[in-house]
Ligand binder design. Sequence first.
Ligand code: BTN
Length: 327
Amino acid sequence: MSDAVLLQLLDALADGERHSGELLAGRFGISRAALGKRIDKLRDWGVMLDAQPGVGYQLREPLQRLSAAGIAAALPAAVRALAVSVSVEPRIDSTNSRLLEADPAQDPQALFAESQTAGRGRRGRDWVSPFGSNLYLSLAWSFPAWPARLTTLPLAVAVALARALATLGLPEVGIKWPNDLHVDGRKLAGVLIEPRGEAGGSCRVVVGVGLNVGMQVAQAGTVSQPWTSLAAALAMRGRHLASREAVAVAVLGELALALRHFQDHGFTPFATEWRSRDLLRDRRVRFEGGEVGDGIARGIDSDGGLVVEVAGERRVIHAGDVSVRPQ
Ligand code: BTN
């Protein structure tokens, strides 16, 4: 069964209204049993679909598929001036993997996916990527020269995401070192940056962003840490959620501008804001994955490492997981 036939069915259901099985089967020239198999496949993609016997099928929420042309046209002039090419794929393994294989001569290039079959998180984890609910975006960027402190780029990207979320009505987002976005004590977005190149030579990065926009509990599957979505955080505050396409425009816009600023000025234009959103500062933390230990987080150093006071001594953590301990 091809993705194309499933997408046709999904588009027929996209309005969120109830559609009779008989009419749908007739429209696609297939039996009711074949229709049922296609519905099951859409559920495997993470689509939330209700079936009422004898009545029909209905999406739990109307679906707005992203349009590359729509996103490109809505980018502000300052971002359009950066000539970022925009594409949208309905269903691929991973936007980061695809752009790592893409021709660097086409950079800067942005790729959104409606769903990922092998979405990747930091430290080899999976990134659960159900269809049409969230944002999965990668931006490939070639720097003309190797940036002085590339290790601070993940922190600059986190600030860019926080700026985008502020424009979408959620200014109270915090950053958990190095680049997780949290609100209400739960993870809202994550960043996976994959650099390529040689020191002294050219440098290309693929910046991957996963932002939970409207994910429901039933779609979250194997997500192991506390998470939330933009829809849930805004609803708790009685605020309006923009369309997913407007979310895509805001995130891509801030991300592209941030990469350009980072290329020209490094981390300096982002440092104060990163520190003002630092969720770990002065908290007792446990670090593991690289070095292992406990201490009090004391902000970041000039390379973006996490400074931790351990038994009165200053240690700098460059990689690994950090979790907050009870004080
Ligand atoms: C994290 O572990 O917090 C980072 C998650 C990054 C997920 C995004 S989704 C788009 C891009 N493609 C991937 O395979 N991963 C990143």
